[in-house]
Design a protein around this ligand. Structure first.
Ligand SMILES: NC(=O)c1ccc[n+]([C@@H]2O[C@H](COP(=O)([O-])OP(=O)(O)OC[C@H]3O[C@@H](n4cnc5c(N)ncnc54)[C@H](O)[C@@H]3O)[C@@H](O)[C@H]2O)c1
Length: 446
C-alpha cells in the first residue's frame, strides 16, 4: 500500500472521511471530486489482469512510467489470476474481483479495460456511468448492440474513452500517415491490405478464448480492428458499406484427430500444433495455476469442433471518400507478414513486412507515376519495446505527453474505436448473410 500513501490519496482520503465527502460517496465520483485537484501521477485501475493487463498495462508501467502513473487497483473475474498478476507486476496495489468495489475503494483517475473483447463494453459503460475516464484495449466492442450502448453512455457522460491502437505507432505506420497527409501519391483510389499469420501466432488464436465468436467477434473484430483502424486513420475517412466472405478451412473441424487441450492430448507426437504451455513459467502462473477458478485452458486444441471463427477471410469496404479497401487475412501460413498497397492518382505506396511483431523486416516504397521508385528511409525514430516499440510510443503519448500536440492524430477516441470494430462486425454479419452488403449506418446511430 506504500504507493497509495502519496499526497493525492491522503488528501482524497481526508476528503472521503470528512462530512462533505461522506455525503458525496452516495453519488458518482464526478460529484465526489468536484474540488479541483492536480494529481501528480495518473491513478490507474486495471480491469482484466491476463497477459496484456499484467505486462503492457502492468509491469511495463511500473518499470517505465512510475513517475507519472500509479497503478491503484487490479481486478479480474479470476481471483487467482489477479493475485498472480499482482506478483508479476510487482505492485502493492490492492486486488479485487468486483469492479464497482475496486472503483469505490481506489478512486482512480482512469480505468484501463484489458479483459476479453466481448466484455469491454460492460466495463466501459459502467466506468462512464460512475464518472471515470476510460482507456480500453482494442477492439472497443464486438457487436453492434455493444457499440450503440457505448456511444449512448458516452453521450450521457463528461468522461472520455481512449482506445489503445498501438498499430498507429510504428515508425513506418506514422510515415504512411505523413505521406497520406502530404498527398504523396495524389488521391488514393483503393487500398490492398493483406494480413498473413503463421502456424505459431495465427494458430494461437485458435487455442485461446478468441476461437469463439461470442468472445472475440471473430478475428475480423479482434485482430482486424487494428488494420481497419489503420485504414480509417490513414485514409482520414469513414466506412460506409462492407461485404465479406469467410470460412474455417484449416483449423477446427478440418482435421482427423483432436483433444480438449495439448496437455491432455494423446496425439502429442503426431500433432504439428502440439504446444507445451508448461514451458513458459509466466503462463503457468497466469493460466495453468488459475484453471481451478474458471476452467480456462490456455493450450486449447486448435482442432476443436466448437471453433466458430474464420481462418480465411476476404472483405471489401467502401469509404465515404470513395476509396475501396480490399482486405484479406489468412492464419495458417509458414511465415508472417503484411502487404499493403495504396493505389493513387499520382503513384503507389507499398508497405511490406516479413516476419511478425517487433522482429519484422519492413519496407516502405514510394513509386510516382511516370517517375521514380524509391525505398523510404527517413522514418520517424522508433522506440524500444513491445510490438516494435509501438507500445512505448503509445504509452508515452498517453502518460507523458498527454497534453502535447498530436499532428498525426495518433490518439484514438471513441469514434475511432467504434468505426474500426464496426467494419469487423459488418464483415461477420455479411458472412453470416452469404456476402450481403452491410451498411454501417444500419448498425448504429452515431
Ligand atoms: N493492442 C494490442 O496489441 C493487444 C495485444 C494483446 C491483447 N490485446 C487486447 O487485450 C485484451 C486482453 O487480452 P489478453 O491477451 O491479455 O488475454 P488474456 O486471456 O491473457 O486475459 C484476459 C483476462 O480477462 C479476464 N476476464 C475474462 N472475462 C472477464 C470478465 N467478465 N470480467 C473481468 N475479467 C474478465 C480473464 O480472466 C483474463 O485474466 C483483449 O481485448 C485483447 O484484444 C491487445
Amino acid at each position: 500500500m506504500a504507493k497509495e500513501r502519496n499526497s493525492t490519496l491522503s488528501r482524497r482520503h481526508f476528503l472521503m472521511t470528512s462530512s462533505a465527502a461522506v455525503a458525496a460517496t452516495a453519488v458518482s465520483r464526478a460529484a465526489a471530486t468536484s474540488i479541483p485537484q492536480q494529481p501528480e501521477r495518473l491513478r490507474l485501475a486495471v480491469i482484466g489482469t491476463g497477459s496484456r493487463g499484467s505486462h503492457t498495462w502492468g509491469r511495463e508501467l511500473v518499470e517505465n512510467y512510475s513517475d507519472v502513473v500509479d497503478i491503484v487497483g487490479l481486478c479480474d473475474i479470476n481471483g487467482k489470476r489477479v493475485e498472480a498478476s499482482k506478483t508479476l507486476i510487482g505492485t502493492a496495489a490492492p486486488t479485487f474481483t468486483d469492479f464497482d468495489r475496486m472503483l469505490r475503494e481506489t478512486r482512480p483517475d482512469s480505468v484501463i479495460v484489458t479483459t476479453i473483447d466481448s466484455t469491454h463494453a460492460q466495463y466501459i459503460i459502467r466506468a462512464l456511468e460512475l464518472g471515470y475516464n476510460v482507456i480500453t484495449e482494442k477492439p472497443m466492442c464486438t457487436d453492434e448492440e455493444q457499440c450503440q450502448a457505448i456511444l449512448d453512455a458516452q453521450k450521457r457522460s463528461k468522461n472520455t474513452v481512449t482506445v489503445t491502437f498501438n498499430a498507429r505507432h510504428g515508425s513506418e505506420d506514422k510515415k504512411v500517415k505523413e505521406l497520406m497527409m502530404e498527398k504523396a501519391i495524389g488521391d488514393v483510389l483503393s487500398v490492398d491490405f493483406h494480413e498473413y499469420l503463421d502456424t505459431s501466432h495465427g494458430a494461437d488464436y485458435f487455442r485461446r478464448w478468441h476461437r469463439l465468436k461470442k468472445n472475440s467477434g471473430t478475428l475480423l473484430v479482434h485482430k482486424a480492428s487494428h488494420h481497419f483502424d489503420q485504414a480509417n486513420w490513414w485514409l482520414d475517412s469513414a466506412p460506409v458499406e462492407v461485404m465479406a466472405r469467410g470460412d474455417i478451412r484449416f483449423y477446427g473441424r478440418n482435421h482427423a484427430f483432436r483433444s480438449t487441450h495439448c496437455r491432455a492430448c494423446s496425439y502429442k507426437e503426431q500433432c504439428k500444433f502440439y504446444w507445451d504451455v508448461t514451458r513458459n513459467p509466466t503462463y503457468v502462473k497466469l493460466y495453468v495455476d488459475c484453471e481451478s477458478e474458471d476452467g480456462y485452458l490456455r493450450d486449447g486444441c486448435v482442432w476443436k469442433e466448437d471453433i466458430d471463427i474464420y481462418d480465411t477471410m476476404a472483405v471489401t469496404v467502401e469509404y465515404e471518400n470513395g476509396v475501396l479497401l480490399n482486405y484479406t487475412a489468412n492464419t495458417y501460413l509458414p511465415y508472417e507478414g503484411q502487404s499493403i498497397s495504396f493505389n493513387g492518382t499520382e503513384g503507389r505506396l507499398d508497405y511490406q513486412s516479413y516476419g511478425g511483431g517487433g522482429h519484422a523486416a519492413k519496407e516502405l516504397r514510394l513509386t510516382r507515376s511516370f517517375g521514380k521508385s524509391a525505398v523510404i528511409t527517413d522514418l520517424p525514430p522508433a522506440r524500444q519495446g513491445g510490438h516494435g516499440g509501438a507500445d512505448a510510443s503509445m504509452q508515452d503519448l498517453l502518460f507523458r505527453r498527454k497534453d502535447d500536440a498530436d499532428p498525426l492524430g495518433l490518439r484514438a477516441d471513441l469514434r475511432a474505436g467504434a468505426l474500426s470494430s464496426l467494419i469487423g462486425i459488418a464483415a461477420y454479419r455479411s458472412i453470416e448473410q452469404g456476402g450481403a452488403v452491410i451498411k454501417i449506418a444500419d448498425l448504429v446511430k452515431f
